[in-house]
Write a protein that binds this ligand. Sequence first.
Ligand SMILES: Nc1ncnc2c1ncn2[C@@H]1O[C@H](COP(=O)(O)OP(=O)(O)OP(=O)(O)O)[C@@H](O)[C@H]1O
Ligand SMILES: [Mg+2]
Length: 224
Amino acid sequence: MPVLVAHQLERSLGTGDSRVKALRGVSLSIEPGRTYAIAGHSGSGKSTLLYLLGLLDLPDAGTLSIQGSATHDLDDAARTALRNEHMGFVFQFHFLLKEFTALENVMLPMRKLGRLNVDSMRDKAAGLLAAVGLADKAARLGNQLSGGEQQRVAIARALANDPALILADEPTGNLDQANADRVFSLLQEIAHTRGQALLMVSHNPELAKRCDQVFHMKDGLLLP
Ligand SMILES: Nc1ncnc2c1ncn2[C@@H]1O[C@H](COP(=O)(O)OP(=O)(O)OP(=O)(O)O)[C@@H](O)[C@H]1O
Ligand SMILES: [Mg+2]
């Protein structure tokens, strides 16, 4: 069963004369254990699509199902619960809680899900931070980390609840080549060995090429 199926998603943004049809009918299917890249020029609708797929925004038309369940008639609370259980999101502009430590930021989704005791959450968060190369920075506050370090904390946080689907908007955008390779390899390994799926917006053609499938986006549509 696909992790996600989207059918003819449409979305307009803005108001009045500046209203833009950002998505004009996007359909795609995401299978477990596979990695997908979305490529396309700035303004082509990549982030808009990711927000819809991540249940952070609602389409004007079209349907979306996650793990076989339709999402259109869910209320906000149910959408949030579905997102927290099945999805990990890495934003283009990562939103860490600056007054919390790196470790606490990674523990946050686990606290929301409430399935582990605090010691297990802490161990798991420490393991994820080690996996992104930040074992020694777990106790740093968010605002005491560099942009690239914050981005890696955001990636560890996205993996916290072993999501069926990882949605990532330029997850390696702030990273140097070595860290970009390392982070991508981690995400790829997680997808291929644990059956989780990765859908990643990337302007980095080398990384996009390493994905199992690349979607090309232009003017709010996926190219065939
Ligand atoms: N809040 C908004 N209000 C009005 N228009 C918006 C808004 N957000 C995005 N848009 C417009 O919608 C279109 C798609 O934007 P989107 O952010 O999805 O592009 P993108 O492909 O992610 O670009 P980038 O590569 O620069 O991140 C663009 O024309 C953009 O100007
Ligand atoms: Mg974008």
